[in-house]
Ligand binder design. Structure first.
Ligand code: ADE
Length: 423
């Protein structure tokens, strides 16, 4: 029932009402975005500006898109991953909110890129990315669009890494704010959001018991820390692999067993990649994993598990449950790959809970506003979220929880600023 036009390309418009109900449900958990949306609706700082958001098409993203639209923007949305779209949300955006949306869950790679291209046909002046695909394609294939550009935002660690590589090579042609770098983003979204949603996705896909299971977590960045701590909380025996010695040490002192990938592969049962890098699980590890091993990825791209090696080491595969593919290994073992190695939390579950996306997307909306206010003043490059924005999001979130904190007295401020007072 898909129908592509400049209004969008979604799976089934009849899902729109269901989408609205779920978008409104998420909104109840997003008080900070709501406060910002209400202000933007009054002030209209984005009047007439064209924006394209290449984000996971979820109930939370819908609330961000609505905030931008109420601020006066002319917004279009496309997916930042072929498997993460919630089709009812995409339908609601098109049919109920008038936001052109190009995304269908399970779309093939050609459709995925056609949808990004459709979003770029909108000639955005602001881009919002989760993985830097809009920026990337705009620079490589649609450079005529760079003349009108005001700026962009980037949601995720992987995207920030890509953008910094572009900037270091002198290739980045407009200012982009790395939303991921805000403390109110990565301390919470990456850690508690990924922690909870990864376990949620694996549980929905497999219905496994976590208690007593040997779980290997690849990578101990903010996301890995979250996944490891939540798996531990569920009673799993958690092993961490990490290539950065300081992070590995932190994992040891957080109480985890730390091993090399190959050693971990011999003893683990459930393997979760969250490194942001290539082939965290490679051939050497696939060769020694036990029969029945389950593999899941929660990193942005589907490159963390070497699927080609898995195919080469196996004689065939079959779907045994939604999101579970059983590989018959040549040596008789069976290995289970979840969600084609794509991010399990968005493919098999609904991504991070709304309450944590509230902070990430509050940062997004405020950073877009900052870019608009500072149009013409920012050189091309990757920028941190302004410190005041981070603090404001923290304050608003605390207030929404009914928590108010102390401030320093003038005397305490003076003490902090002197160096001569001691015992
Ligand atoms: N990334 C992780 N979880 C998400 C969600 N619920 N919505 C949008 N992007 C996400």
């Amino acid at each position: 029932m898909a129908s592509q036009s400049s209004n969008g390309d979604v799976k089934d418009l009849s899902l729109a009402k269901e989408g609205v109900n779920r978008i409104e449900w998420a909104e109840r958990e997003m008080p900070v975005v709501r406060i910002i949306r209400e202000r933007l609706a009054r002030e209209k700082p984005f009047a007439g500006l064209r924006m394209a958001a290449c984000l996971h098409v979820t109930t939370e993203t819908a609330n961000l898109a609505l905030a931008l639209k109420e601020g006066g923007a002319d917004v279009v949305v496309c997916a930042s991953n072929p498997l993460s779209t919630q089709d009812d949300v995409a339908a609601a955006l098109v049919a109920e909110y008038g936001i052109p949306t190009f995304s269908i869950k399970g779309e093939d790679d050609a459709t995925y890129y056609r949808h990004i291209s459709a979003a770029l046909d909108h000639r955005p002046q602001i881009t919002l990315d989760d993985g830097a695909d809009l920026v990337n394609i705009m620079h490589r294939e649609r450079s005529e669009l760079l003349t009108d550009i005001v700026g962009g935002t980037e949601e995720t660690t992987t995207g920030v890494v890509r953008l910094k590589a572009m900037a270091n090579e002198g290739q980045l042609r407009y200012p982009i704010i790395a939303v991921n770098e805000a403390e109110t983003k990565h301390f919470f979204d990456n850690r508690y959001g990924t922690g909870q949603s990864t376990l949620d996705g694996i549980t929905r896909a497999t219905n496994i018991l976590w208690a007593g299971r040997r779980v290997v977590v690849y990578g101990y960045g903010w996301c890995g820390r979250g996944v490891a701590s939540r798996a531990k909380g569920m009673g799993s025996h958690v092993i961490v692999t990490e290539i950065n010695p300081v992070r590995a040490l932190e994992a040891v002192m957080d109480g985890f067993t730390v091993m090399s990938g190959v050693e971990a592969a011999k003893v683990g049962e459930l393997f979760i990649t969250i490194t942001g890098g290539l082939h965290a699980i490679g051939r050497e590890q696939l060769e020694v994993m036990p029969d029945g091993a389950i593999l899941a990825n929660s990193g942005h791209f589907n490159v963390e598990i070497d699927i080609q090696a898995l195919e080469e080491l196996s004689s065939g595969n079959r779907k045994v449950r939604e999101y579970v593919q059983e590989y018959q290994m040549n040596d008789g073992r069976k290995i289970y790959l979840l969600a084609e190695g794509r991010l399990i939390n968005l493919a098999a579950a609904e991504g991070h809970p709304s309450a944590v996306m509230d902070m990430s997307f509050a940062n997004q909306a405020l950073c877009v506003e900052y870019l608009v206010k500072n149009h013409g003043k920012l050189e091309p490059g990757v920028y941190d979220v302004p410190i005041e924005t981070d603090a404001e999001v923290g304050r608003l979130k605390l207030a929404s929880m009914g928590i108010y904190i102390d401030t320093l007295t003038p005397e305490q401020v003076r003490y902090q600023n002197t160096w001569s007072e001691g015992t």
